[in-house]
Write a protein that binds this ligand. Sequence first.
Ligand code: XLS
Ligand code: NI
Ligand code: NI
Length: 439
Amino acid sequence: MPQANEYFPTVKKIEYEGPDSDNPLAFTHYDESRTVAGKTMKEHFRFAVAYWHSFCNENSDPFGAGTRSFPWVKSSDPMANATYRLEAAFEFFTKLGVPYYCFHDRDLAPEGQTTGESEKNLVELVELAKKYQNETGVNLLWGTANLFTHPRYMNGAATNPDFNVVCHAAAQVKAALDATVELGGENYVFWGGREGYMTLLNTDMKRELDHLGAFLRSARDYGRSIGFKGNFLIEPKPMEPTKHQYDFDAATVIGFLREQDLLDDFKLNIEANHATLAKHTFAHDVMLAAQYGLLGSIDANRGDNQNGWDTDYFPTNLYDAVHVMMILLEHGGIAPGGLNFDAKIRRNSTDPEDLFYAHIGGMDTFARALLIADDILQNSEYKSLRNGRYRSFDSGEGKEFASGNLSLEELRALAIENGEPEMISGKQEYLENLVNRYI
Ligand code: XLS
Ligand code: NI
Ligand code: NI
């Protein structure tokens, strides 16, 4: 794409150079056209860059101002800066070679003085984004609305006790859906921002959850009415920014979707760091969503074992990635979702190249994990060991029980007939060693 301005002049297109390369600006394992288990790596991962962390987040923290310099912020006009930012973002996407990106409405275009002005700003930036998408072939994995930054959302958006705030949230979601459809976005995400509570003393939980259900149904209906065919996704998270987030974890969200009759249109976007905040593993929430046929997409990042918040590190933990790739391979992959790097470089990573190193590291980690996971599934006894544990349900009375055909009295009679069960090892350490042997 012809560059009017270049924002990452020290970096050329990132190429695959193989595992022996010591070039930090090359892939050692992510080879987009390499076929593994019937699909190319590009098709397996559908990697996406998170616009907010990569291009909007200056890395300030409660103790100090931002440390990143943004060469795309060069005007006193926020709309002009938004266009430079978009130009920089597409330079980054194409140099990195990712097929997708994700954004919040407010990442792309600044909020205006009125709802109408905010809508107009977004429409303008969407037009430009469409042009860049057409020129580069980079597409939108998902869009979403930022319903948590503006002070009006301090008590939540769809679950706010003030109806007028709910209406403002709806206006934003409408515009974000319009933007997503206009850009051919493949999914639309609801992360629960401040949908939750700080204290139950001022909160009617059931009422708020019912409002959330009504809000999501109206968003679903609007989306379908303008031709959105993709999945709506809810992204579970147990806490932060509120003390208790309603979309606590995958299991909670699945129950909520069933209660609110939303299962036909909604799936889950599982974020690694949110699963660990809920005291699960990343694999746990991915597996739960996948087994219920509700795995929509993944926010690939990593938490920190020593502290309890959403640190959003880039994913470099090979062991965790292997387990998740085993689950994805067994459940038919992640499409039409993808792996979005909802991750940020650290406050002291201040070189322009750092954003590349971070993404290259994440992509190579998952590429390696894919190769290892495929090897384990194809060539080891992993699957037969796991499935074998359930063999007593594969036939005979066990099968009858699983099909709901045995009463409690019949089960009791079988207990007497069969006598004390033998001890069958779960072979945990054996399996842990098996996985390590393939890594
Ligand atoms: C915050 C969430 C957010 C969503 C998009 O913790 O991860 O970044 O992915 O709103
Ligand atoms: Ni998060
Ligand atoms: Ni996320």
